[in-house]
Design a protein around this ligand. Sequence first.
Ligand SMILES: *Cc1c(COP(=O)(O)O)cnc(C)c1O
Length: 355
Amino acid sequence: MENIRIEKAKVLKAKPSLDGIPFGTYFSDHMFLMDYDEGKGWHDPRIVPYANFELSPAAVVFHYAQEVFEGMKAYRSPVGDVLLFRPTENVKRLNSSAERMCMPQVPEDIFIAGLNALIELDKDWVPNVPDTSLYIRPFIIATSPQLGVHASSSYLFAIITCPVGSYYSEGINPVRIMIENNDVRAVRGGTGHTKCGGNYAASIRAGERAEKKGYSQVLWLDAITRRNIEEVGSMNVMFKIGGKIITPALTGSVLPGITRKSCIELLKSWGYDIEEREISIDELLAAAKDGSLEEAWGTGTAAVISPIGEISFEGENHLIGNNKIGNLTQRLYDTLTGIQWGKTEDTFGWSVKVC
Ligand SMILES: *Cc1c(COP(=O)(O)O)cnc(C)c1O
């Protein structure tokens, strides 16, 4: 691998207070970049001051959305170490997204070396207030200036980072979720299992409509039968029904979340039965009505575990667990955040020290 060239910023920015800053608006001093050209492969890995890109208006990414991304976090432990959570899982998923979108894969060693060097250089940006972290956004964009619909012949891989405040600054409050029965997010054979910008573009309309009605996110149904539950906005979803844990199977239109995978591994280690299978809206509503739906929660890097206190479908509302966080939801939250922030013993080997 080529050495990473480092160009340091001449002037460092002031660190913002994390109280109430909107998510993802304030970026650290540096970013990691690397170029790809057909015939040459990935080259020129570098860390440079955070700055705007210069791209041709004809760049493929602007017209045909050939783009994939990841979302991860760096956590400050009580002794001041900077930790990542299962970072190679993010590399694998970025590359599986890239494969679907006809984009070149980023070698794991370069991804990890670039990320570690960037975090080390900007380590003062990893906040040390409880429950805060440095959000990390790796992404690949297609840069060839060509309006014909073909895979680009050049790409840019970038990693940018931004400090984020506590997701639950006012305590963990269960969220209200609206089940969407008009728009769909993804269909089998499409790109639902990848983290690509296009999936999000298609989801914004339903999200805005739900927000206007006072719901925090949309629960998506499958695109074909419109009866089976898929996932919530940017989270996978799990239900505790009659003592069993049920989560939609990864059928191709659901994003394979790393938090989802970690929850399944934790729950199995605690002796729970987990069913990864089809679960229909009818089964969920029946369980809500007969009282066997004990808990529901979303899983994702941003919120970790997000209890769901109310679901709404076609104008009917159902409370879950009296709109309070359930015991198992709380235990998952405490265990995962304990491991991520280096506060509890990590028997799974998920936490990786950067510096
Ligand atoms: C990123 C994402 C998730 C959660 O994945 P994690 O790896 O747990 O952060 C779930 N659903 C969608 C659509 C996503 O983009």
